[in-house]
Design a protein around this ligand. Sequence first.
Ligand SMILES: [Zn+2]
Length: 318
Amino acid sequence: MNAATPAGAAATLPASLRFIERDWLSSNQITGFDDDAAIVVDTGYDKHAALTVALVRRVLDEAGEAAGRPMRLAGIVNTHLHSDHCGGNHALSQAFGCQLTLPRARAEDGGDWARDALPLGITGQRCQRFRHAATLAPGDTLRLGGLDWRVLAAPGHDPKSLIFHCEREGLLIAADALWENGFGVIFPELDGQSGFAEQQAVLELIATLPVGLVLPGHGRMFGDVRGALERAFTRLDAMRADPRRHARHALKVLVKFLLLDLERVEAARLVEPVREAIALRRTAALLGMEFAAALDWAAGELVEQGQLRRDGPWLLNA
Ligand SMILES: [Zn+2]
């Protein structure tokens, strides 16, 4: 923390960092400038890759104008390999000729990210192939925006996710471990693995850190870390008490994501684009529902909540 900002108080974003707020299909981007070289954290979803390139280019141009010299994108860092966080990796590395750093535990899995990586292959979501040059692991220090960030493990939402804490400025890049209102689906629990306990531990860890400003993977930046943690703990308690509630929530999140991506689909054919999506199938099975019926149920709930709408035979994103 700097001298004017005691631990826990609302901090402001240092001038060396830019926060690009996106939506729920694409993750946010955090760009840090160190001299004339920038690094971007997370790259959004495949569908928005061209927009992500344009947004990052604009941030580079603005910073370059302010500094009176050109800025270049030197690297990409991924907090975790979900398709809404790494979907722009290929496009950005092509556009800027920069190198890619992945969470080490995930990189060690090897394989073809576009096909195998969780949940790319299991949710029916898309991602262009990419190749990494370096890795980061818990305990490492990430240099971003001229600042040192401690790399922390954040299992729960994704077993191999990382988050980044800058103690000096009281900043936390929280990925999908903590949003202003909640956190990401706890994917391991949909697969019979432990995830709630890990998420609990991550939230407890965050509660011990001096943080005045959270830069989440989705949604706006926020300074009320205590309030966000309280909401997250309450939500997690409810999920642990009733895992079927979490499974229903996950099903709705995945169907909403599908409609954000496709924008419209014939309700009677909702099952087709996700036929191979193992996570969705497992979640339906967890709820004791037939697959197509489970998708119909989730779509119906989302229509009732105003998240989707029906138009004749069509189901549309609202
Ligand atoms: Zn995620």
